[in-house]
Design a protein around this ligand. Sequence first.
Ligand code: T3D
Length: 258
Amino acid sequence: MTSINFEVKDQIAFITLNRPDKLNAFNREMAMMLQQRLDECQQDKNIRCVYLTGAGKAFCAGQDLSEVVQTDGEIVNKMLREQYNPIVWKIRMMEKPVVGAINGVAAGAGANMALACDVVIATQSSYFTQAFSKIGLVPDCGGTFILPRFIGWQRASALMMLADKISAEEAEKMGMLYKTYTDETFLQESVKIAEKLSKMPTRSLAMIKHALNFSVSNTFEQQLKVEDVFQQKAVETHDYKEGVKAFLEKRVPEYTGE
Ligand code: T3D
């Protein structure tokens, strides 16, 4: 059994964290394999959307704690540098949308990896927990950067210190995710979102993503310049020309991702 299932169908890469008996907790092999698959998604022009989910009843329970019992600070630091930081970086830099399909509990690194995705959707029964402080750790995977920006400093601070479990519904209300669906309709609805994204103008989506990345540290003036640069690039794409042509011809556009 491989710890990451990978399948490409109709230009969507389905990546499934696959250690269900451990609630898809990360061991080193799984972290390195996920990085490889994310690289493949970035490089393969045929892939126009990435769908990240978990096998079984969980999304991901974070680091496999049975693998770290004997670790010291040096090894943990290496773990972030070699395993987790590259994963969230690859998700944020990916020039195509990444759907975080949260099918169950998302804890620790699993919770923050979910937050790094572009469109985060969840089953009603799933929940999030910043589990780190419960075992004497600090949130990683960019959580201290992303979460306060999503839900505000106070709520992020409380969630990270208390390590409370937050239901998907509460998470949606707070702005941590886009939408929740019933467990029964989740698969169908979440795949529908990935299908829609995979048929959209991929380069425009990539530029939207990068513009948002820049926005967190830019001034308004700098951000206007970012929009200017990206818009110049967008108007040169095939898909922009097709979008305008299709609008004027009153037909559905056929985007190629170019
Ligand atoms: O050194 C470093 O760690 C640096 C890196 C840090 C990154 C991090 O992610 S730190 C945070 C690590 N994660 C956690 O602390 C979460 C631990 N898990 C839990 O708190 C709970 O399992 C959950 C809240 C996620 C789910 O609870 P529940 O009651 O639904 O399930 P359970 O019974 O606790 O777990 C089911 C099985 O999965 C169980 O195994 P068993 O008894 O059936 O053989 C449990 O041990 C295993 N499991 C769950 N999470 C982990 C895990 N095994 C290893 N590592 C885990 N993280």
